[in-house]
Design a binder for this molecule. Structure first.
Ligand code: EPU
Length: 434
């Protein structure tokens, strides 16, 4: 079992380069299945979710070749299996994108249901609604979702909630369906636009991605492409907060500043200085940090995936801040860990009240999900003393060499291997992905 040992109190300074976006890559890699020719996907982050995606593609029969530090050549024409077993789905929730991609290409798919999740209930009813609207039938049995269609036909799909996953899955399934598909109340996250751009670069006809109405005119064939995944908005936001928490001064490179707007605006209210360039931003602090209120919302609102990080920063600010979590019912599970570090946070339902004390103290803590883990690293960087963070496999699912990047900025953080007797007896389900 690995853990991070962080000795707090060092300012972050220098330059850091952001990797490709996890939540785009985990949809784009399955989307390669839809192509009739090999594709090259670049700027792919080196994270465990991506490695699982690659394993799934290889298991299905695709030929995958790593052709550079962050690029893969994938030939999907040799795929002969249409199934994602539980052993993969339990490790990577986003394996549900294989449903849309396999259905879109082969008119059939068999993917294990993702199972329990640290963020709370994660239904897939809207995914199934989209697939059935396009003409597929589904059965749920033995923890598997089976989809089958004689043929897929374009249709109108109105989502009851704004959902990233179902919007992406509807796009994957509709891209080769006959006729016009109109997705209404679509999610607008940058990774939705990235998936649409990737599919369009293979010859798809998708319009309106990034707005709440997406129109897809089905095409018969998709050809090979070379495509670079967008930079990770949340990794960039996490570094922005880490710099602010240590009162540092860092140039964050390979970002799309427009994607960071909601984060930038909140940080500026807290007292953080931000200067935007074409594809980089400078973040620095030269004054006090002050309270603010944050409500999470679908894009372009403040992302839920940045909620725990900004909450940590608000512990270090002066005054009382209120955070309202509107997406995931169990996204305050990190609060107990932050309290161990001296944070004064009260949670009532979807609202957290943070009394900023201006300081945190090092402590042994556990990451309960990916972003909670990032928040604990930030807390450790700003805290006095030593913070030891366990269960870092959560963090490694979604951050590409976080400790290496932080070390290059002057942080004192080490990954330490600790023999753990309880590990062998730990139920596999405790390692379920988010
Ligand atoms: N929802 C439904 N029915 C559905 C699907 C979703 O009711 O069929 C609800 C959910 O319960 C939730 C809301 O809709 O309340 C939004 O869920 P969404 O489908 O947008 O989430 P997701 O696609 O499962 C992605 C990211 C999450 C991120 C959310 C929200 C990926 C792989 N995951 O999840 O990322 O929090 O969108 O932006 O893209 C993370 O990176 O740490 C992470 C958890």
């Amino acid at each position: 079992m690995d853990k991070f040992v962080v000795k707090g109190g060092r300012r972050l300074e220098g330059e850091v380069t952001i990797s490709g976006a996890k939540n785009a890559a985990v949809a784009i890699l399955p989307a390669v299945i839809l192509s009739d020719e090999p594709c090259v996907v670049e700027n792919v982050p080196y994270i465990s979710d991506v490695r699982i995606c690659i394993h799934i593609l290889e298991e299905m029969g695709a030929q995958v070749e790593k052709i550079g530090k962050d690029a893969y050549r994938i030939d999907p024409t040799t795929i002969s299996k249409y199934c994602v077993p539980y052993e993969y789905a339990r490790k990577m929730r986003a394996s549900y994108y294989f449903l849309g991609a396999l259905l879109g290409k082969f008119n059939k798919a068999r993917v294990s249901m993702p199972g329990g999740c640290p963020l709370g209930d994660r239904p897939i009813d809207q995914h199934l609604k989209a697939f059935t609207a396009l003409g597929a039938e589904y059965t749920l049995s033995q923890g598997m979702v089976d989809l089958v269609a004689d043929k897929l036909t374009g249709n109108q799909i109105f989502f009851d909630v704004v959902t990233v996953g179902a919007t992406m899955n509807a796009m994957l399934a509709a891209v080769k369906a006959e006729g016009l598909t109109i997705i209404e109340n679509a999610a607008k996250e940058p990774h939705i636009v990235d998936l649409a751009n990737f599919l369009n670069s293979m010859g798809a006809n998708i319009m309106g991605a990034g707005t709440d109405v997406i129109k897809i005119r089905g095409v018969e064939h998709l050809h090979g492409t070379t495509y670079a995944v967008i930079p990770d908005q949340i990794e960039a936001g996490t570094f922005m907060v880490a710099v602010a928490a240590t009162k540092g001064d860092v140039l964050i490179k390979n970002v799309i500043p427009k994607h960071l707007e909601s984060i930038t605006k909140k940080l500026e209210k807290i007292g953080v200085n931000i200067e935007q360039f074409d594809d980089s931003i400078r973040v620095w602090v030269d004054g006090p940090l002050v309270k603010t209120n944050v409500k999470t919302a679908p894009h372009p609102g403040f992302p839920t995936d940045m909620q725990s990080q900004i909450a940590t920063l608000l512990c270090l600010a002066q005054g009382t801040s209120i955070i309202t979590e509107n997406i995931w019912e169990q996204r305050f599970r990190y609060v107990d860990e932050l309290r161990r570090m001296g944070a004064d946070i009260t949670v009532n339902g979807k609202v957290a009240l943070i009394e900023g004390t201006g300081k945190l103290m090092g402590a042994p803590v556990k990451a309960c999900d990916l972003r909670a883990g990032a928040a604990l690293i930030i807390a450790g960087l700003a805290a006095s003393g030593v913070t030891e963070i366990e269960d870092i496999y959560h963090i490694e699912r979604g951050y590409d060499c976080m400790e290496g990047k932080l070390r290059a900025l002057g942080a004192d953080i080490e990954k330490v291997s600790v023999p753990d007797k309880t590990e062998e007896t730990k139920s596999d389900s405790t390692k379920a992905a988010v």
